[in-house]
Design a protein around this ligand. Structure first.
Ligand SMILES: *[C@@H]1O[C@H](CO)[C@@H](O)[C@H](O)[C@H]1NC(C)=O
Ligand SMILES: *[C@@H]1O[C@H](CO)[C@@H](O)[C@H](O)[C@H]1NC(C)=O
Length: 767
């Protein structure tokens, strides 16, 4: 026994030793770091900011119980590999736009027990892999449209114990994979008709512990996939005929309401219902339920003052016949008190005397069901086939088959949603008298033309969504009269050319989305007037050519996404010569070599460089010239590199990925090998050659010691000089000496690469 105990203790001790292992230098003060599990925990340490020195390879970060208060833009940019982030009880009251940008791998985010009151439009920008988002126990009163727009993989959203009173239309737009939405413990008294629009995958909705007085029929009917709906603990008093019309609903919880009446046809239009919980209401009697199809197996009536008289007999007979189990007990008459409803037999349900019956009927009549009233949020000026919400200044006319832009909106609306109609073109002056609209949605409206001055007068417009239309070009005056326009979405159209003239009238433009078009080339000066532009998205076009100066002046351009195009070289001469570009994405272009000084124009500002999955075979040793301590991420995975340039000047590097490259693990790679030893970075670099080393981590190869000037004398038989078993002639060395030859036999590639000096060959000659 003692021995066992001892063994257990030893195991526990080992476990703690294991988890406490601290990675040298990289574990912030006050934190516990586990370099095996890649977790960092800084719990209840009164930290007032995110520790800046967290190891970038961290995958789980636990910051519970601190006092961080505000999450600034890019708060986690140094830890791009996080999958789990816990921020409960950290006093956060504000999450800045883009706070989580860069956390593209995060799957779980917990923000419970903070002081957040508003979820802003871009609060959760960048969390493109997030699956669970918990924001329980905050003070949220408002969810701005688009707050969740980027969370396409979210399956669980939990916003319980907050102060929501109202859910506006489109509040959850963008949650394309959502399964369970928890809005319990708020103060909801009204849910707009399209509040849950777009949630085509939602199966479970929790609305318990709110202030709903009516079953929100129209809103719920739109939730075609929901199977479980929890409306427990709301103050509903009455459910009328056919109010629950939900095609796939199986479980409906209406317990702990104040129901005095429940129409026998209330759930008639929910044919899949199996469980109905009406427990803890004020029902004295219930008629047999009319069911669309008899699937119901369980009806709970516990905690109701059910009077087991002849009036209950029809229900009891029905439950026997339909095999519906009844939960609950009789509250009277005295001889049946506390008798289980499932145990009483119909003949026992009698109205003993005329007197008792009359008394019962009188009682029945004294509690008239309250008349159904119309929901709050009265309709103001609103065109046909539109829904206007005065309280929130929203107007929506989406998916109504409109062929003309509707007229007659109230002049104070701020969000106008017209997506999925059939406008085909937008005529001049289509939105008169709408100076307050901030966000205009025109996605998927088959638009192929926008006439001059189409939006004139929309002085307040900031967001314009024209995505997924059929635009091939834009008139130079298309955006006349939009002085504030900041975000313009033109992705998924049919542009073959960059619609450059159109932006001359948009001096405030910050972000331009042109991804998924068919643009083939970029000419000089496309950004001439868009002087404030910060982000330009051109991924997934057909760009082959970029003229010198194309991105000039680009004073403020800080993000340029050219990924997934057909570029064959780095567009060095096109890059802006300003000090602003921070992120350049060239991934997924067929660029096979990179010459010297390819990034020199932007070298001082660049922080993130994406060169992954490009079929890249060769990089000049000077290809990264100029890049220094400012570069934070360099992605090179999925290429054909056998060697990489010297990375030692990149002293600020936090992320480097070399995975999927067939690195040639021999003397030419020595600088990389030595660098790997020195830096405290997780570098995914494996050998591709020679065959006997294939798949091994570069860092683990000690054969490098055989290279001249390194480790043991050459006389010692180095591991690497074993004769290859299989052979890949051009690069399988048998001895270091052969490497020289191998490299020299690749003149064609070197010549192509503008190297001139043939640095690698030269290096070997000096060996
Ligand atoms: C955090 O602050 C509280 C109150 O100021 C103090 O009681 C507590 O000891 C502090 N905790 C740490 C770990 O410093
Ligand atoms: C990019 O390269 C990595 C590493 O080889 C690979 O795992 C990934 O699948 C590639 N991505 C695409 C889209 O080809």
């Amino acid at each position: 026994m003692k021995l066992v105990l001892l063994a257990v203790q030893a195991v526990i001790l080992l476990f703690f030793l294991g988890t406490r292992e601290v990675k040298s230098g990289k574990c912030p003060r006050f934190c516990m770091c586990d370099s095996v599990q890649l977790t960092v925990a800084c719990v209840k340490k009164n930290l007032t900011e995110i520790p800046p020195t967290i190891d970038e390879i961290t995958v789980k970060l636990d910051l519970r119980g601190n006092y961080i208060q505000e999450l600034p833009t890019g708060a986690f940019k140094h830890t791009p590999y996080l999958t789990h982030l816990s921020l409960q009880r950290t006093g956060i009251h504000k999450v800045r736009e883009g706070a989580f940008r860069s956390l593209g791998r995060l799957v779980f985010l917990n923000l419970a027990y903070n002081d957040i009151d508003i979820l802003y439009q871009e609060s959760f920008d960048g969390l493109s892999s997030l699956k669970q988002l918990i924001i329980d126990h905050n003070r949220i009163e408002e969810i701005q449209p688009g707050a969740f727009a980027q969370l396409g993989f979210l399956t669980l959203l939990s916003v319980t114990h907050n102060q929501l009173v109202y859910i506006p239309n489109m509040a959850f737009q963008g949650l394309q994979s959502i399964k369970w939405l928890r809005l319990s413990h708020n103060a909801l008294n009204y849910i707009d008709i399209e509040a849950f629009a777009g949630l085509f995958t939602l199966t479970r909705l929790s609305l318990d512990n709110n202030e709903l007085q009516f079953f929100p029929t129209e809103t719920m009917t739109r939730l075609t996939e929901v199977t479980r709906l929890d409306l427990s603990y709301n103050p509903m008093t009455y459910l009328g005929e056919e109010v629950v019309s939900m095609a796939k609903l199986t479980h409906l919880f209406l317990d702990h309401n104040s129901l005095q009446d429940f129409s026998s046809a209330a759930v008639l239009l929910s044919p899949k219902l199996t469980h109905l919980d009406l427990g803890y209401n004020q029902l004295r009697v219930l008629q047999p339920l009319a069911l669309g199809s008899p699937k119901l197996t369980r009806l709970n009536l516990a905690g109701n003052p059910i009077y087991c008289s002849c009036y209950l007999r029809p229900l009891r007979e029905w439950s026997i016949q339909e095999r519906v189990r009844l939960g609950g007990t009789c509250s009277g008459p005295p001889h049946l008190s506390d008798e289980s409803l499932d145990a009483v037999q119909p003949p026992d349900l009698r109205c003993q005397s005329q007197e008792a019956m009359l008394k019962f009927e009188q009682e029945e009549r004294s509690r008239l069901p309250p008349p159904p009233t119309t929901p709050p949020g009265e309709k103001a000026k609103c065109p046909d086939n539109c829904v206007c919400e005065t309280e929130n200044h929203h107007a929506s006319c989406e998916k109504q088959g409109h062929t003309k832009i509707p007229r007659g909106f109230s002049p104070d609306i701020r969000l106008l949603d017209l997506h999925d109609n059939h406008f085909h073109y937008i005529a001049s002056n289509s939105f008169p008298g709408l100076p307050e609209v901030v966000s205009l949605h025109l996605q998927r409206c088959k638009i192929h033309e926008v006439e001059s001055g189409a939006f004139s007068g929309m002085k307040g417009l900031i967001y314009l969504y024209l995505s997924e239309n059929e635009l091939t070009s834009l008139s130079p005056d298309a955006f006349k009269g939009l002085p504030q326009l900041t975000y313009l979405h033109l992705e998924k159209n049919r542009f073959k050319q960059f619609p450059k003239g159109a932006f001359t009238l948009l001096p405030g433009l910050l972000a331009l989305h042109l991804e998924n078009n068919a643009i083939t080339k970029l000419e000089k000066g496309i950004l001439t007037a868009a002087e404030k532009l910060r982000s330009l998205f051109l991924t997934k076009n057909d760009i082959t050519d970029i003229a010198p100066g194309a991105f000039s002046p680009g004073y403020d351009l800080d993000k340029l996404d050219l990924s997934n195009n057909k570029l064959k070289e780095v567009p060095t001469s096109a890059l802006p010569k300003t000090n602003s570009l921070k992120e350049l994405d060239l991934s997924h272009n067929p660029i096979r070599w990179i010459g010297a000084e390819a990034f020199l124009p932007v070298a001082t500002s660049l922080k993130h460089l994406y060169l992954n999955n490009m079929t890249l075979e060769k990089m000049s040793k000077d290809s990264l010239a100029g890049l220094g301590s400012g570069l934070q991420s360099l992605l090179l995975e999925g290429n054909q590199l056998e060697d990489v340039p010297d990375l030692s000047p990149l002293t600020g590097l936090e992320v480097i990925n070399l995975a999927g490259n067939p690195l040639l693990c021999d003397c030419p790679l020595l600088p990389l090998r030595n660098w790997l030893e020195k830096v405290n970075l997780k570098v995914r670099a494996r050998c591709g050659y020679p065959p006997e080393l294939q798949g091994q981590w570069v860092k683990d190869i000690h054969g490098f010691k055989s290279c001249p000037g390194q480790g043991p004398p050459p006389s010692q038989k180095p591991k690497i000089s074993k004769a290859p078993k299989s052979s890949k002639p051009r690069s399988t060395p048998t001895k270091p000496r052969r490497v020289i030859k191998t490299i020299q036999t690749k003149p064609s590639r070197d010549a192509k690469s503008h190297l001139g000096k043939k640095p690698s060959a030269k290096k070997h000659k000096s060996v």
